[in-house]
Design a protein around this ligand. Structure first.
Ligand code: 5GP
Length: 207
């Protein structure tokens, strides 16, 4: 008997303060699960080793604005003075094909996705402490001292949005955090989506 439930893809939104480690968790999920990443578009310059079309689509302001005007984003936001957005079409196409999609985006973006796509699964990734967050941001070596202070200040404000999320995962120990997010994916696929009528019909047909 086939007890599979109706399955369109699920949209997982991994979000949280900068430096919480959502990027690292996301990378592991892409390696170890069937989840597919939505590649964001940004107006910031590529960092060393970043590849256009793999890490981001790096575009100029004009192209970004054109896409906004064409309603081509699921969400877009200004993060630390640069624009970032989730191209809508590839996400919708994947979900329709039954593929799970993961967005690794900032909190403003996640809140906008929630307005447009409340069926998404919203996961807040938390740093274990402020001091650890400072250490991580400094250790990256990609940010100026001023930018780090700005990000830390933002973090405290961002924490206040926790209640909008479905799950929160503290990223103290990476393995543990990855395992928890994987469990969330499994749990979400075990949600009841079929009706009682449908279930009873399937059991009866099986007799
Ligand atoms: P970074 O410049 O360090 O790659 O990313 C800065 C912040 O922008 C991170 O918090 C990252 O999650 C967020 N971000 C990346 N892509 C998107 C996106 O498409 N939309 C939004 N709203 N935020 C994004």
């Amino acid at each position: 008997m086939n007890l599979d439930q109706k399955h369109s893809g699920k949209l997982f939104i991994l979000s949280g303060p900068s430096g919480a480690g959502k990027g690292t968790i996301c990378k592991r999920l892409l390696e170890e699960t069937e989840l597919e990443l939505s590649i964001s578009m940004t107006t910031r310059a590529p960092r060393e080793g970043e590849i256009h079309g793999q890490h981001y689509y790096f575009v100029d302001e004009e192209e970004f604005v054109k896409r906004i005007e064409a309603d081509g984003f699921l969400e877009h936001a200004q993060v630390y003075g640069r624009r970032y957005g989730t191209p809508k079409e590839p996400v919708i196409e994947k979900l329709e094909k039954g593929i799970d999609v993961i967005l690794e985006i900032d909190i403003q973006g996640a809140l906008k996705v929630k307005e447009n796509y409340p069926d998404g699964v919203f996961v807040f990734i938390l740093p274990p402490s402020m001091s650890e967050l400072r250490k991580r941001l400094t250790g990256r070596g990609t940010e100026t001292a001023e930018a780090i202070e700005m990000r830390l200040g933002e973090t405290l404000k961002e924490l206040s949005f926790i209640e909008k999320y479905d799950y929160c995962v503290v990223n103290g120990e990476l393995e543990e955090a990855v395992a928890r997010v994987k469990s969330i994916v499994v749990a979400e696929h075990s949600r009841v989506t079929m009706t009682a009528e449908e279930l009873v019909r399937r059991y009866k047909e099986d007799e």
